[in-house]
Design a protein around this ligand. Structure first.
Ligand SMILES: Cc1ncc(COP(=O)(O)O)c(C=O)c1O
Length: 375
């Protein structure tokens, strides 16, 4: 380990000290180590989104700034998952997601930075590798040498993906003498859970329960929701915690969080339905698919506030949040809302976010007498 790496603790396996509010009952669950991958504390600032209905006020926590190519909410979970992989002497990781999965991209980059190979099972609309366009997250997966297997869009995690991930783990062991560490979709298990417990410690250090009434964020596999809602309970339930579902539905996510509570031995004390508000109704055309209204929202947010949302997660979550503030303001605990930007910017590069030719406003230098308006 170089003295420089040790000095900044970056990418180094270090013993993990949980927050003081993790009681004795939970201590057996606490990971022994973590690697520091995320750039923290991520900033919190006012977000002047013109469509925010009065009397709500809005601020944003920039977990899109946990890093550059290695950024977003997944980096926080990977600090614990990859520490576990390292401790178990694994030299490769296996995980799965969509073709433009932020989780897979972050896993592949972090694994490579830590000297591990990555194997990704990616759900794809085509099973013809030659027709795949390497853009957005997929380009970054390739740049760090991830080995990719395409799987059908409808492949179920339990029935189709898990057995294949298990088989690859065995094959790597038997044929290549490689010990691989399997990571479930979104990194949302009892190890990744600690990433958003730690994020909650950061929110406390930043004074969030004193300054805000509610947290809102995108929910894709439920890990961010589990970490934040459980930590909020363990620290006195001072905030409303709202997870906007961008896939599946609230029953699925309450089920996931209850499983986490069961795994932690907390199910007798808490129920997901009581500690978390899953906001349904904003997955639109489905996971990874967008409506024109959603895409217009994403581009109007960037044009008016400079904040780049992504079409799959944060765009839908912010769109849902603003709508719920208008339609069902009573579901929020108060009026001071903190939106957690969970990253995903590379999803913007998949070609979906197009500007119609008549509205893109681009001229040539011969048109200086006709200055384009900013729309
Ligand atoms: C940018 C972004 N935001 C939010 C989420 C959802 O987080 P979670 O899987 O913890 O529910 C994801 C998951 O992939 C993501 O990539």
């Amino acid at each position: 380990m170089s003295s420089l790496a040790r000095a900044c603790n970056y990418k180094v396996l270090v013993p993990y000290e949980p927050p003081s509010w993790i009681g004795p009952a939970l201590l057996p669950q606490v990971p022994s180590h973590r690697v520091t991958l995320a750039r923290t504390n991520t900033p919190i600032h006012e977000w002047k989104l013109a469509t925010t209905p009065a009397p709500f006020s809005l601020a944003i926590k920039r977990d899109d700034m946990t890093g550059s190519t290695l950024s977003g909410n997944k980096v926080r979970k990977l600090e614990f998952l990859l520490a576990d992989a390292k401790k178990k002497q694994c030299t490769a990781v296996i995980t799965c997601g969509g073709l433009q999965s932020n989780h897979c991209r972050a896993t592949a980059i972090a694994a490579r930075e830590l000297g591990m190979d990555s194997y990704l099972f990616l759900r794809s609309p085509t099973n013809d590798p030659n027709s795949i366009k390497f853009d957005g997250n997929l380009l970054l997966d390739r740049m760090v040498g991830a080995k990719i297997f395409l799987v059908p869009l409808k492949a179920s995690q339990a029935r189709d993906l898990q057995p294949r991930m298990d088989r690859l783990t065995r094959e790597l062991k038997d044929r290549c003498h490689v010990t691989a560490y399997p990571i479930p979709i979104g990194g949302s298990n009892l190890v990744g859970f600690w990433g958003y417990v730690e994020a909650f410690r950061e929110l406390l250090n930043q004074g969030v329960p004193d300054d805000y009434t509610d947290l809102v964020f995108a929910c894709g596999s439920g890990g961010t929701a589990s970490g934040l809602s459980v930590a909020n309970q363990l620290t006195g339930n001072r905030l409303g915690v709202h997870a906007v579902a961008v896939c599946d539905d609230k029953n699925y996510f309450y089920g996931h969080v209850n499983e986490t509570l069961r795994g932690l031995g907390l199910l007798n004390e808490y129920k997901a339905e009581d500690i978390l508000d899953v906001i349904d109704g904003y997955k639109g055309r489905g996971y990874g698919l967008s409506t024109d209204e959603e895409l217009d929202f994403v581009s109007s947010v960037s044009k008016t506030t400079g904040i780049l949302l992504d079409p799959t997660y944060t765009g839908k979550a912010a769109f849902g949040m603003i709508n719920e503030m208008r339609l069902r303001p009573e579901r929020f605990r108060g009026k001071k809302v903190l939106f957690i930007h969970t990253g995903g910017v590379f999803g913007l590069f998949d070609g979906r976010q197009i500007f119609p030719k008549d509205r893109h406003g681009i001229k040539t230098w011969f048109d200086l007498d006709n200055i384009p308006e900013i729309d």
